[in-house]
Design a protein around this ligand. Structure first.
Ligand code: TYD
Length: 214
């Protein structure tokens, strides 16, 4: 059923994921692999529509439970239309955020019952669990500062729905990601996001090669 490889990137806002996702994709391409680069929430038309509702804060008034369901709804479409077919073809799928963002942002950060999150994963994700998950770790203070600088560069005026949460939320988030890594050491690796970009990439590349023999 799955002949490809499924790699996800996780971490708090401003952890440097987007840069690393792009660098890993380029490296895999140079090695002759067929890659699919995607992100959550998003990746398909329907999921991108749901993304806008979630990130511009329109869904916020419906509450955290509804937001959790919306992330899952977007994920279901993304898996069915993009991730599953690509893996069946033997592609390398690299996804910027996936299930661990729901566990950390809605669960550890937002207080949604982990039993509900597990049940949603069972129904929505089923066998499509990532083979490797890279968690980029930076302190919440550093992450928020980087997110602020990025906003300035892009000329954006308002932070998105989750960037605007208070610092305590971002601390719970970081602990949430580190807990996931402790509980699933076979799938997850934590990489210190404070190192130079090239060194982070090299560590990620070595880890991927070691895990799948690329
Ligand atoms: P995005 O702009 O992609 O943020 P980043 O560049 O930090 O990845 O926005 C995604 C936001 O959605 C981010 O703040 C994390 C949040 N999110 C959740 O809360 N739950 C989820 O399941 C996912 C996939 C993302």
């Amino acid at each position: 059923m799955m002949h490809g490889h499924f790699i996800t990137f996780e971490g708090g806002d401003g952890c440097g994921k987007s840069t690393q996702v792009g660098m890993l994709e380029q490296r895999l391409k140079l090695a002759g692999k067929t890659t699919v680069l995607t992100r959550e929430p998003g990746g398909t038309q329907r999921a991108e529509t749901i993304r806008s509702l979630l990130l511009d804060g329109k869904a916020r008034d419906m509450g955290k439970f509804a937001e959790t369901l919306l992330f899952s709804l977007a994920r279901e479409d993304h898996i069915e239309k993009l991730i599953a077919p690509a893996l069946a073809k033997g592609d390398w799928v690299i996804c910027d955020r996936f299930i661990d963002s729901t566990r950390a942002y809605q669960g550890a950060g937002g207080g949604i019952d982990p039993d509900l999150i597990n049940a949603l994963e069972r129904v929505v994700v089923g066998p499509y669990r990532p083979e490797i998950t890279i968690i980029l770790d930076v302190s919440p203070e550093e992450g928020m500062e980087r997110a602020r600088l990025r906003m300035k560069e892009l000329g954006e005026e308002v932070p998105d729905r989750f960037e605007s949460e208070e610092i305590a939320f971002h601390h719970r988030l970081r602990e949430g990601f580190l807990d996931i890594a402790r509980n699933e050491p076979g799938r997850c690796v934590v990489v210190d996001g404070m190192q130079p970009v090239g060194e982070i990439h090299q560590l990620i590349w070595e880890h991927v090669c070691q895990r799948v023999g690329a």
